[in-house]
Design a protein around this ligand. Structure first.
Ligand SMILES: [Zn+2]
Length: 412
């Protein structure tokens, strides 16, 4: 059963690898933002899936190098979306909504290729996928790593941990075991739901205690795994930070003490501002009730306001779209909000590159266009460092692991 599939996958890998190995590729850009600075008229040389050099034009190219002329475009590192749900897929069958569809897990994995493709088209070459059911995210991660599915490399959490429906009181011991089970089953990260709130609900009610979060974080850290804690409300964020969460997802009304604690600990905040914009825009698709819309808008404004205060305080901010269903393809629009919150375009891009790579423990190979780094790069029409909006429609070309995975240079 597995042998033909393995053979097919191996052949696919050989075929695609042959494009990347042996012959260096030199890509010329109008400018490259390498993750820290802008290099005008830059030439990036790639070989074996890695970046060999980044230099101003004029240096001699390696013998036999294939040249790609992107002198109309800005080059950036491949972007990282720190919060997706790649396996949330809507097949648009008549009479259905995104929420509530049921299908076999294998069918979901197959269909969710479309989400993966749309994500690549935004220039995102790596995601942290924070919650999926039936191991579907493990399957996607493994297929992408095999080269058998096209998509951003995935760091995944599997099923998130949440309070049991009929909790009889705080139970740190059960939470610790849950974290250990997650890791045993294949989770790279542990995802925790410490409050309510999702889709059309902005309920900030905290559902896990500080002790329960601490038990999860300690258990995961003891095995070298990191923890992302979801909290819509301020108290949950405060407890998550003190419990040692590596990143906190969502949140409003963060108090000054918590912001200071985040700065001190280096906690990354992933505010996911744009996902509520998406829910408002997609309300008819989802069939949300009209009365759900004003609270979504209000939450967004408070979310943005807290992000402003966090930026001023010096909290490390990460870009997470919280993309689900039809939001794939809009993954980077969060960066517009980060600029509205007071970041420069370069700082906002840092939230999707250097900060994100650091959070993932991959800062030695992702998030920069630099020698020795994985050759994940994108070419953008316009200059996102002047106007971040250029990124939302201007991604023309995407390279991942030294392979061109999106090429729209010839498109109108
Ligand atoms: Zn989420």
């Amino acid at each position: 059963m597995t042998r033909p599939l393995a053979a097919a996958a191996a052949l696919f890998i050989m075929m695609t690898a042959s494009l990347a190995f042996g012959q260096p590729t030199a890509i010329r850009f109008a400018r490259v933002w390498d993750g820290t600075r802008v290099i005008p008229n830059a030439v990036v040389v790639v070989d074996n899936g890695r970046i060999l050099s980044v230099e101003p034009a004029g240096k001699e190219l390696p013998a036999g190098a294939r040249v790609i002329d992107h002198r109309r475009y800005t080059g950036l590192p491949g972007l990282i979306d720190l919060h997706t749900h790649m396996t949330y897929y809507w097949d648009r069958q008549p009479g259905t909504r995104p929420l509530g569809q049921r299908r076999r897990p294998a069918v979901t994995v197959f269909l969710a290729r479309d989400n993966a493709r749309r994500t690549l088209e935004t220039g995102v070459t790596t995601v942290r996928d924070l919650g999926a059911s039936n191991d579907t995210d493990f399957a996607m991660r493994d297929l992408i790593n095999l080269g058998a599915m096209e998509g951003p490399r995935m760091v995944v959490a599997g099923q998130g941990i949440s309070a049991p429906r009929q909790a009889s009181g705080p139970d740190p011991d059960t939470m610790r075991k849950a974290a250990e089970d997650r890791i045993k089953s294949g989770s790279d990260w542990v995802k925790v739901y410490a409050s309510r709130g999702s889709f059309d609900s902005v309920d900030t009610t905290q559902t896990l205690t500080f002790d329960e979060m601490k038990a999860i974080v300690d258990a995961a850290h003891a095995q070298g795994h990191k923890v992302a804690i979801h909290s819509y409300g301020a108290s949950g964020v405060r407890d998550a930070v003190r419990a040692g969460a590596d990143s906190v997802e969502h949140g409003v009304d963060l108090d000054d003490e918590t912001l200071a604690e985040m700065v001190k600990r280096g906690t990354v905040w992933v505010p996911t501002i744009d996902h509520n914009r998406y829910y408002v825009d997609a309300r008819d698709e989802f069939g949300f009730k009209p009365e759900a819309i004003p609270p979504l808008r209000e939450y967004l404004q408070r979310n943005l306001e807290s992000t402003r205060r966090a930026v001023t305080a010096g909290v490390r901010i990460g870009m997470g779209s919280d993309a689900v269903y039809t939001m794939f393809g809009q993954n980077t629009r969060e960066l517009g909000w980060l600029v509205k919150a007071g970041m420069t375009p370069a700082q906002a891009l840092g939230a999707a590159t250097t900060t994100a790579a650091d959070l993932l423990g991959m800062s030695d190979r992702l998030g920069r266009v630099a020698p020795g780094f994985i050759a994940d790069m994108i070419a953008v029409e316009g200059d996102p460092l002047q106007n971040i909006d250029a990124l939302f429609t201007g991604v023309k070309w995407v390279m991942q692991d030294g392979r061109v995975v999106i090429d729209r240079v010839g498109d109108k």
